[in-house]
Ligand binder design. Structure first.
Ligand code: M6R
Length: 607
């Protein structure tokens, strides 16, 4: 949460910061601000609202000549959405921006008050500006080192000291910071998307290390002041991947990118005989040999991918698989030993609860395997093994292509795992893999339903409540459809296991309530039809999704979406596309902000 950027170099800094903030805005969009060295003095411009408000304010703030500055886009935690609470925050000689939460800010506030220092904002961040300034006696690094000893919580800071024009200091704990030095200067940000116009190579600032950025280079040192050389990472996507490319919204672009992201995730991991292979991922077969239990832990959409993964793994392996919401898992007393494989799933690789779950699993002796999209993220670096989803940057807050890329990885894991354990033969595995590859054209075909789904969603625009129902894999997809719709269209919806509806919730299904019924699984198809009859009898408007053009009594539905016919195991991919499009168009018809829904942010780096 919160986007951070800092630049010092040979170019005009203001535009670099404003453009960088626009690309980081998905991380938080409550307020935005910049501070720049202008003729040796620090000038700050900040405002509540989106980056466009800041751009307007910066334009009307007169000429600024600067080649060094910092910028921030905020997701509010402490203190309301006001100009005063917007970052940067300044005290004395210190001006800083922050991503994270300072847990002991109140103690710091009391302590600083006794020294006659008082904040003007309601933020936790301002305490740190005051603290560093109180410790500063001319040496920036010493002041930061001392301050860090007193701060508890998650943080990434970019700091300007009035005495050192053209220099930016940074430090982080838990919250991400990536940096690179390019021809025109040094740049640091919360996410690679802000660096990509300047370089495809970057490094992750190690935790509890200080970076000193000047126009000539970036020096990284540990808290003992020893210089360290961080490992460089290369990305294989370019600036166009983080742009809308002619689509009205990132979400729609990302929905349409799914054939490509699934292709890039699956195809490089297939060897002769259509068998899955993790050699490039350096995942040895041995990790699957001793496992007698699997736990999948993640949040939100990534957790919903885990529900599909559980079904696949249990079916093929016949060993117990548990899926846990990471924020619950981390405070439970999980049953884990050295024969447990814990799979964490995360697009950002920075989700605080998922990261804490990973750390707990390692502490308890499990082998950890993570499915991650962002290379160099904390979950990537701390996991024993990682399988990357090759989805490229996902900018819309609502996760789409990352979800289906996560499914792709989980299917690959299930097939590989089952092959190694001998619960499927090579021939069976090859057949499954062929079906997995066939998902790519199936998704392409599903995307041609775009206009049909748009039309159906028009009818949902005035809805206040609706239900998603399904059984088995379709229930897992119902959960995903429901979160997507809620997240961006603000329609209340619930996902229900279709057989459970009559145990209480059916009382909410009345005349005109929409029910999206997924009936793609042959094994429970007739049961689903009975459940659809139940809601239909109460007057529900039924939007039915089937695998292929199943013959269904026309009186049972108002709308029927037929997915391309495929093996039932693989329908989650196509169902996901339909549900994503449904959420997307419903949001568009209701006139809300698709890519930046209220109160949310892309990477949830706080608990
Ligand atoms: O970055 P992660 O995959 O760890 O994020 C997990 C969730 O916050 C995320 O999937 C969230 O639920 C999405 N915004 C839903 O579309």
């Amino acid at each position: 949460m919160c986007g951070i950027i800092g630049f010092t170099g040979k170019l005009e800094a203001k535009n670099i910061l404003l453009e960088g903030l626009a690309s980081l805005e998905y991380r938080g969009y409550d307020s935005a601000g910049i501070s720049l060295f202008d003729n040796g003095k620090i000038r700050t411009i900040k405002t509540a609202g989106k980056v466009t408000n800041l751009v307007d304010k910066a334009e009307s703030s007169g000429d600024i000549t600067s080649t060094c500055g910092i910028g921030h886009t905020r997701w509010a935690t402490h203190g309301g959405v006001t100009d005063t609470n917007a970052h940067p925050h300044a005290h004395g000689k210190v001006t800083l921006i922050h991503n994270g939460i300072i847990e002991n800010y109140h103690e710091l506030e009391v302590e600083l008050a006794t020294a006659g220092r008082y904040p003007i904002s309601q933020t936790d961040t301002e305490m740190v500006a005051m603290l560093i300034d109180s410790l500063y006696t001319g040496n920036a690094i010493d002041a930061i080192r001392e301050a860090i000893k007193r701060i508890e919580g998650a943080y990434a800071f970019c700091i300007l000291f009035a005495d050192e024009p053209e220099v930016i200091y940074c430090i982080r704990n838990a919250s991400p910071l990536v940096a690179c030095h390019a021809n025109d200067g040094s740049i640091i940000a919360s996410d690679m998307v802000a660096l990509i116009p300047y370089s495809k190579d970057y490094f992750v600032l190690p935790e509890h290390h200080i970076a000193r950025l000047t126009k000539d280079d970036i020096v990284v040192m540990n808290l003992e002041k020893e210089v360290v050389v961080p490992k460089m990472i290369h990305v294989n996507w370019d600036v166009t991947a983080a742009q809308k490319g002619g689509y009205p919204h990132f979400m729609l672009k990302e929905i349409f990118e799914q054939p490509e992201s699934i292709r890039s995730t699956i195809l490089p991991r297939i060897i002769k005989g259509d068998l899955p292979d993790f050699t490039v991922d350096r995942i040895p077969n041995e990790i699957f040999e001793k496992v007698n239990r699997v736990i999948i832990t993640a949040c939100g959409t990534a957790m919903h991918a885990g529900l599909v993964g559980k079904a696949m793994l249990e079916k093929l392996l016949r060993i117990p698989v548990e899926v846990d919401i990471a924020s619950e898992f981390r405070y439970q007393d999980p049953i884990i030993d050295k024969n447990t494989l814990v799979i964490t799933i995360s697009q950002s690789g920075e989700t605080a609860d998922t990261l804490a779950s990973l750390r707990l699993a390692k502490e308890l002796g499990a082998t950890t395997l993570s499915v991650v999209n962002v290379k160099g993220s904390t979950i990537d670096r701390e996991s024993d093994y990682v399988l990357y989803t090759q989805a490229g940057p996902e900018i819309a807050v609502a996760s789409t292509k990352a979800y289906t890329a996560q499914l792709s990885c989980l299917y690959l894991i299930a097939f590989k795992f089952a092959l190694i354990r001998g619960t499927i033969t090579e021939a069976q595995c090859g057949a499954y893999m062929k079906e997995l590859k066939a998902v790519i054209p199936a998704i392409e075909k599903t995307l041609t339903l775009d206009k049909t789904v748009e039309e159906i969603s028009r009818g949902l625009a005035d809805t206040e409540d609706l239900f998603f129902i399904g059984r088995g894999l379709d229930y897992a997809l119902s959960c995903e459809g429901s979160i997507k719709l809620k997240e961006i269209s603000y329609i209340h919806s619930e996902a229900y296991a279709a057989g459970e509806l009559k145990h209480g919730t059916l009382s909410l299904v009345t005349e005109g309530v929409p029910v999206i019924a997924l009936a793609t699984q042959a094994k429970v198809y007739s049961k689903m039809i009975s459940n659809i009859r139940e809601v239909r009898a109460r007057g529900a408007i039924v939007i039915l999704i089937t695998n292929g053009d199943a013959e269904v009594e026309a009186t049972l539905y108002d709308y029927h979406i037929a997915l391309p016919a495929m093996n039932d195991f693989f329908t989650p991919f196509s169902s996901a596309i339909v549900l994503q499009l449904l959420a997307y168009y419903t949001c568009v018809h209701r006139g809300f902000d698709v890519d930046q829904p209220r109160n949310l942010a892309k990477a949830v780096t706080v608990e």
